[in-house]
Design a protein around this ligand. Structure first.
Ligand code: AMP
Length: 285
């Protein structure tokens, strides 16, 4: 499955690739890339591999044919994933011959984005960056992670205040966790007596409705919202990078971590983030 992660630049497209890619996945996704190329010219691409298990033969062919037809339409391709998947980089490299391709480990998300963005920006000499501590700038874009628990809804309220203070954009993100998809073949799931895929679709629909309802309650002009599939900690950080957010707001606890000092998602984000994080505690919780 391909899932687009909205990026803050129009000529950079980011997507998460999970499971095993079929021809149908490509038929849905490639037209989107073509539209973007026609609209914005050559693209830079971030491909994030999450539990990626390769291509069907027909899909691999789509990939190579598409790469050949659009050889000059890609500038840089960053592939982000866990180490064993480095081999996919070589395969993709064959498809997109003239683009520059680099592999980044999961913890190097930020480097990957910097590398893609550097293409369009004037580079600042290193000496300027290290000469002094930069003055604190107002935040421009906040991402608030919402799991619909009271903790996260309180964190969202704080995020609205913080964003309002700096007249910043605020993007709310909810991550729907896979029930079974990463662990089984898609075909097996469809033919099983229990239809996990349908169940997942329903969960996503409920999440979308809850997100719309939450956004409608908040009176904030620069509000955006998104629901994505994935593993929460990783998807929150990856979305924050794609949005080039300068502050991520999370609740200290949520549906996972009530028993601990800091919830499990919260502590993983605090440990791994390379952006400012605000961990909001619900009073008396
Ligand atoms: P936890 O550490 O899982 O108890 O959750 C701490 C905080 O992480 C929550 O208050 C949310 O801000 C965020 N969070 C946890 N799970 C999700 C999710 N599935 N989607 C979005 N945010 C989440």
């Amino acid at each position: 499955m391909f899932q687009e992660i909205p990026a803050s630049e129009k000529n950079i497209v980011a997507f998460k690739v999970s499971g095993r890619l079929s021809d149908a996945d490509y038929q849905r996704f490639l037209p989107r890339l073509v539209t973007l190329i026609h609209k914005y010219g050559p693209l830079s691409v971030l491909i994030e591999l999450e539990d990626f298990r390769g291509w069907d033969l027909k899909a691999a062919w789509d990939d190579i044919r598409f790469g050949k037809e659009h050889d000059n339409d890609f500038r840089r391709i960053a592939i982000v994933g866990a180490k064993p998947w480095q081999k996919w980089m070589t395969a993709l490299g064959r498809a997109f011959m003239s683009a520059e391709i680099r592999y980044f480990d999961r913890d190097q998300q930020r480097d990957a984005w910097q590398w893609l963005r550097e293409n369009d920006e004037d580079e600042t000499p290193a000496s300027d960056q290290s000469a002094s501590i930069p003055a604190l700038q107002p935040y421009q874009h906040l991402v608030a992670a919402v799991d619909f628990s009271p903790h996260s809804e309180y964190a969202v309220a704080r995020a609205v205040e913080l964003a309002g203070h700096d007249d910043a954009h605020l993007s709310l993100l909810h991550v729907v966790e896979y029930i079974a998809y990463p662990y089984y073949d898609y075909d097996t799931l469809m033919t099983d007596t229990y239809d996990f895929v349908d169940e997942e679709r329903q969960i996503k629909q409920i999440a979308d409705e809850r997100m719309h309802a939450l956004a409608a309650k908040l009176d904030y002009p620069k509000l955006h919202h998104k629901v994505l599939w994935g593993e929460p900690e990783h998807t929150i950080l990856s979305y924050a990078e794609a949005q080039n957010a300068d502050l991520v707001v999370i609740g200290s606890h949520g549906r996972h971590g009530l028993a601990r000092l800091l919830g499990s998602t919260a502590s993983a984000i605090v440990k791994r983030a390379r952006r400012d994080i605000s961990v909001v505690h619900l009073p008396d919780a």
